[in-house]
Design a protein around this ligand. Structure first.
Ligand SMILES: [Cu+2]
Length: 325
């Protein structure tokens, strides 16, 4: 979701369109008047009794034209208001039935991502496919550079060797979808080339070591609360923070003491990793309160904004594509 795709960027384009139209008209008229009434050019006064500098020519006024001076700008302002309110509606009133819910908690000085819904995701386009079936894990890495497979299920970790261009089968009977699990595939240089991960409901990630992982093409409904690291004193509720993803032009405050928290909706459409910053001064280590948001494809899906694959049709950006003026 680059910032150019957000409703407010689209709104900016629409305002720019109408501003340019008004500017062409206004400056066109201005230049015409300058040329027509410049010094040395005798104005055509055949139908005018007298012209006085600084006074409206009441002898020969045009009621229709004067009314237009009021009506046209009024219509334009009303139209721009409708456009602006439309963007607000898209941002604040999404269809709540089909959202990916996540809780974002801010502490001094880190973010915590608490999963209200399960998410199983896998890298796409790497040529590797991870499958789990009845406790058997299968890594199909045919024709790739894969050499090592690291598996984590709950707190158990194990490593497997894999020959170039082959696949791997392993019995991992204790896997169940309620546990945090991942399969990471590395090449001979120890570079991570493929990830499969299951994030169960109730799992938490903490910055800066973990990213916030969200699915693409789904409306993410984030509930944001500021909490105190000191849980022994319930009166201690935390301080102001703000969750900011600069590349998306998106920001929301964490307000201490607000019981239901604040809400942020966003729909990422391109996979990738984007930096998060705290945008509200929150104490001595405010500057290191950073993190990353990772947009991934759910297992078996791809992030393909243009063709609409896996795209929810209740998305807020649907009714605001850039083509519409
Ligand atoms: Cu902060």
């Amino acid at each position: 979701m680059p910032a150019e795709d957000t409703v407010f960027y689209v709104l900016y384009d629409k305002y720019m369109f109408w501003s340019i139209l008004v500017a062409i008209f206004t400056f066109g008229w201005l230049i015409t008047a300058i040329l027509r009434y410049r010094e040395g050019v005798e104005p055509d006064t055949t139908n005018i009794d007298h012209i006085e500098v600084g006074a409206f020519p009441v002898d020969r006024h045009n009621t229709r034209l004067e009314a237009m001076f009021y009506i046209m700008p009024t219509i334009l302002v009303v139209w721009l208001t409708v456009l602006a309110l439309g963007s607000n509606t898209a941002v604040w009133n999404p269809n709540e039935e089909e959202t990916f819910e996540i809780n974002i908690n801010a502490y001094q000085w880190y973010f915590e991502f608490d999963y209200a819904e399960q998410l199983t995701w896998e890298d796409t386009g790497t040529g590797i496919d991870v499958l789990w079936d009845q406790g058997v894990m299968q890594v199909d890495a045919t024709g790739t550079e894969a050499t090592t497979v690291k598996v984590k299920i709950g707190s158990d970790k194990s490593d497997y060797e894999i020959n170039n261009g082959s696949s791997l089968m392993a019995i991992t009977a204790n896997y169940d979808s309620a546990q945090h699990a991942y399969v990471k595939v590395y090449d001979a240089e120890d570079a991570l080339i493929h990830t499969w991960e299951n994030i169960p409901r109730g799992h938490t990630f903490v910055t800066p070591s973990d990213p916030m992982i969200v699915p693409c093409d789904e409306l993410v409904d984030a509930t944001m609360k500021s909490k105190s690291a000191d849980t022994t004193d319930t009166r201690n509720v935390g301080v102001q923070h703000a969750f900011w993803v600069p590349e998306w032009g998106m920001k929301e405050d964490f307000v201490p003491g607000l019981e239901d928290g604040t809400t942020l909706y966003f729909m990422p459409d391109d996979s990738g990793t984007f930096p998060i910053r705290c945008a509200e001064y929150c104490g001595l280590q405010h500057s290191v309160m950073t993190g990353q948001v990772m947009v991934v494809a759910r297992e078996g899906m791809t992030c393909d904004y243009d063709s609409g694959v896996a795209k929810s049709d209740t998305s807020s950006s649907d009714s605001y594509d850039g083509g519409e003026m």
